[in-house]
Design a protein around this ligand. Sequence first.
Ligand SMILES: [Zn+2]
Length: 539
Amino acid sequence: MRCCYAVLLWIAAVALSRAASGEPLVYERFEKSAVGTVHGEIHFTTDVVGHGGLAEPNRHAAVFDGKPETCVGYGTATKVTSTDFTVEAFIQPARRPRYDAVAADWSEDGENRSWALVLLSNGALRFDVSPDGRFYAENKLETPPRLIRIGQWYHVAAVSEGDTSRIYVNGREVAAKTRSKPGIFTENSASLKIGNVDRYATDRPRPFRGCLDEVRITEQALGPADFLKTKDEMPEVSGPVPQSYELPFAATAEDDAQAWQERARARLFELVEAQQPRYSTDEVALDFQLGDPEDKGEYTLYKASFQGNTKEGTRHACLFAVPKGDGPFPAVLCIHGHGGSAEAAFDPKGIYHGFADRFARGGYVVLAPSFPHREYCAMMLWDLFRAVDVLGSRPEVDAERIGVGGLSMGGEWTMWIAACDTRLKVAVVSGWMCTTEGVFSVPNCRCWELPGLVELMDVCEVNLLIAPRPVLFESAEFDGCFPIRYTREGYSRIRAGYKVFGAEDAAGQDVWPSGHEWHGVMAYPMVDKTLGGRAAESE
Ligand SMILES: [Zn+2]
């Protein structure tokens, strides 16, 4: 027992003297070798940042291949023993991260958490500290999203000072909080690792994929003046909203505005095509099939399906409503949102308030598809074209009078298809239209972030591709997904854009005191006016 105390005292004495001297606990320079034990394989590259200003020139960085075992390990004896400590590194992620660990002494196998610095899939950094090996959500610190981009070098630093956590990127503080559970666990049985973590966010190791360089762990709370130096100052990082856009709407004359629409539409097609190749209806037939008719009073409802935009023969179920009487009728494509379905769009009791049923009872042909959730919502664009193809091909439909409306992700799909398919004469974008800043201001599903879209233009401007066709935005005052001040700002920008198209009054916004739901009060009259139908009253 006495022996154990002696060892502990010795460890404490070593830690204290190291802390006092400022000597790092771990310092990997990755100049073609590692101080710690290499597990799996790392190799070295000359793609480096930070050369010149360091005590010794930096010529190499380490490449981590992302295999589950790959890391530089220090075993279970090397521990941060102070709540004042700093983990810093130069990082260059090669792939979209999945909790990729920069460095950690953490395992969720048992209660063996101490600290971890990881990169999240949304480009945020996360820094965890545990006082006793257990997980405390209130102890984790996360930066805003999209700070860290693939393929770029950054200096990142996680600093613990007493019970305060801070994260710095390129020397600027980007997140800070006081941890409600102070202290740091020093008796865990996890191994301190660079480029990996024993078990993090489920039961898997989380290897880093990309380059790491100059990884330094110091048992002091360092500030930017003490961080690893670079020859040139690292650029200031921006938050999730780009500082400039590839194709912002800047036209002041109608000709320029139309030219912008052409270019922007072509670019949107490219971005979607990069994720999801498009097949023509010659390659993959529409093959619209109707099931048995169901009498709904004013209309006949069919369970139906059509072939989606895949070579594998994926079919999309949908509901197809045909009014009684002599057509052809105007038509509306009615689209559900996250977790919704064609049936939900007809249901008067849910957040859709049966909008599909109201159009159908009022004399519109309605097509309501049930679409799956994809990684990116925009990957359904080609299937949305197919839904319009279905309506355009039906003898019951007047192809010159087709509109579209949807709520939530259905509002987003509405924006996409109305922006891209000029066969649609009117659109109701409910519970989606917002500025990019506004969409990022609350934790929305990331499926809207089609690669390249955020950089292309403020997302509210995509709606300007609908101009000069009539569009209505439903923006509920208490919609938790899209804060009202951003939807108001988005609308004023869209209206200003519509004015350039000579159609200012074709864009409307319905603001009412409610949450995330369909409203219809301005939407039905506008669709009726444009398509010459008459949506029914609620039952
Ligand atoms: Zn989503």
